[in-house]
Ligand binder design. Sequence first.
Ligand SMILES: [Zn+2]
Length: 246
Amino acid sequence: MPILCYHAIDPHWRSSLAITPEQFSSQCAWLLTNKDVVTLTEAVASARPSGVLPGRQVALTFDDGLESLYHHAFPMLLDYGLPATVFVVAGTMTSGRGQADWIPGRCDKPLPTLSLEQILEMQEAGISFGSHSYAHSDLTSLSDEACRRDLKTSRETLEDALERPVRVLAYPRGLHDARVRRAARQAGFTHALGTSKLQPSGDLWGIPRIGVYPRNGRIALRAKTCRRYPAVRTSRPVTALARTLS
Ligand SMILES: [Zn+2]
């Protein structure tokens, strides 16, 4: 079973990154009945570099730390009693930016990101948080030193704010290479997650996740949470085909 990657749960935003609260609720109900939804800490402790989790385990993650999660995903996760992890861009908490200016949002305005108060309330209720870097840059385009500095600053900023260790990273846009994975390790992360765009790196700093998108109905979710799905989705022919089609 895989680690799933969502972005926004939003009733108004029509985007490949946003699924509606109704869709998400239906997915939560199905996962609750059919899978063993575990915390990310449990998932990474037993994850193989291929992204496969043991048994029926599935973990839920959300990239970008968008504010819509507080209003639409958080109450539902509480209702269903499902654990989840949100990957936050640390710079949005410190610069007064408060916006996901790396993605155009509704009405072409950047989407608001979670405030520190919202993050702390969610953490208190059991949601965990990880780093999605400091500035959401393409880390593969940075120098070794700039990449390490971005990642280390993100970890330290989040640890100061959350008052607990932050050891898991999700790469912006899922992009990484050997230099970036080394920087992630040097910056103090014990695990780092990508997406199925790239083949697994074979270590714990390039674990693929499986994205969930608005077009994914019950059948797609069932397929994506199959044990063999991560290996098939990240195999060389399938990643090559996906690159050609995108
Ligand atoms: Zn992102």
